[in-house]
Design a protein around this ligand. Structure first.
Ligand code: F0G
Length: 350
């Protein structure tokens, strides 16, 4: 059928739903898997981008949220809550609005991108800016979900992981098998956990004959999994992954070790370079955190640790329009001209 019904319908037999489950969907999923010729040239590999910014609220969070909100409605919840660096709150606000649920969100004050704040507000979420970082917000949201009648929709909610694993299914469905390597940015570590679960399921009893090696990348100022210890004051321009104590830490280590993969740190400088490269050469505009997957791939290649000829998928997790500040500050200021062809031509160097 040419109609895409959303990922719960598309992968119903692999998700925890029944015929009577009230599906809440915005037709998320079926995102583009775009070939990346410049990255392929630089690495000698066959590189693709899984463009998750094409989801309804502009990030991969919609995959998890269609499942989490569907199950919240099925269980009779009236209200949901999440902590967020911005994308989870945008997605939760939208899916809660669709379902007619109250949505509460806790975000670190002054540390989320403007577009994401706008999304939570426009969809009618009750938003609190917390005087702390994401890790403080998650601890607070978890406590509220225990003490009050409100369901937690962070990725510690297994239904989020179930929804997000469908990205792996889509990749195998398009490529015909799993890639050799899959690269992801890592923050709270839910997504690497979900992808690994999806790849395992499809290799165990599905269309895949093998599993990829999982490569995760954290921002250098917020890299607890790489250093092996909690980062009390995480710092990075990639605010989406500014997390010092990931909830799915041990599951990320399992994904790395079971797959023969790696989890490395990438500097903010490398993240911004990859961000610009993606926009200029592949014509894919992502938010800074999303570029960590590509920065990481290039770093591994430049270290001579990437065997050429492999098939590589990099997930780019969120849309660039959410956080346009870095696009504007990194470009020359626009020139103003009168309504005059000669003046315009002169400025354009024509
Ligand atoms: N990329 C983007 C754009 C994100 O928003 C996030 C997480 C990640 C990568 C990392 O994914 O946490 O599953 O390892 N954002 C969460 C949020 C924390 O609140 O929106 P992860």
């Amino acid at each position: 059928s040419p109609f895409w019904p959303g990922l719960i319908e598309a992968y119903r037999d692999r998700l925890p739903v029944t015929a009577s489950t009230p599906v809440v969907t915005l037709q998320e999923g079926a995102t583009p898997l775009v070939p990346a010729p410049e990255l392929s040239r630089r690495t000698g590999c066959d590189v693709y981008l899984k463009v998750e910014g094409a989801n309804p609220t502009g990030s991969f969070k919609d995959r998890g949220m269609t499942m989490a909100i569907t199950k919240a409605v099925e269980e009779g919840a009236q209200a949901v809550i999440c902590a967020s660096t911005g994308n989870t709150s945008a997605s939760a606000a939208a899916y809660a609005a669709r379902a007619g649920l109250v949505c509460a969100v806790l975000v670190p004050q002054g540390k989320i991108a403007t577009g994401k704040l706008a999304q939570a507000l426009v969809h009618g979420a009750k938003l609190l800016q917390v005087q702390g970082n994401f890790d403080d917000c998650l601890a607070l949201a978890s406590k509220l979900a225990i003490d009050y009648p409100v369901s937690l929709v962070n990725s510690v909610n297994q239904f989020r992981i179930e929804g997000q694993k469908t990205a792996s299914f889509e990749i195998v469905d398009v490529l015909g098998d799993a890639p050799d390597i899959h690269c992801l940015p890592v923050g709270n570590a839910g997504n690497i956990t979900a992808y690994w679960q999806g790849y395992r399921e499809y290799a165990d009893d599905g269309p895949a004959t093998r599993r990829p090696r999982m490569f995760g990348f954290q921002a250098a100022g917020a890299a607890p999994i790489v250093s092996g210890s909690v980062v009390e004051n995480p710092s990075t321009i990639a605010t989406a992954i500014r997390i010092g104590n990931p909830a799915s830490w041990t599951k990320a280590l399992a994904a790395r070790d079971e797959s023969g993969g790696r989890i490395d740190a990438v500097t903010d400088r490398a993240i911004l370079a990859a961000y610009r490269l993606l926009a200029r050469t592949e014509a894919v505009f992502v938010e800074p955190a999303s570029a960590a997957s590509v920065a990481g791939l290039l770093q591994v290649a430049e270290a001579g640790e990437l065997e050429p000829g492999q098939r590589v998928v990099c997930t780019v997790t969120g849309n660039g329009l959410k956080d346009p500040e870095w696009a504007i500050s990194g470009a020359p200021a626009p020139v103003t001209v009168p309504v005059d062809a000669a003046a315009a031509a002169a400025q354009l160097g024509l």
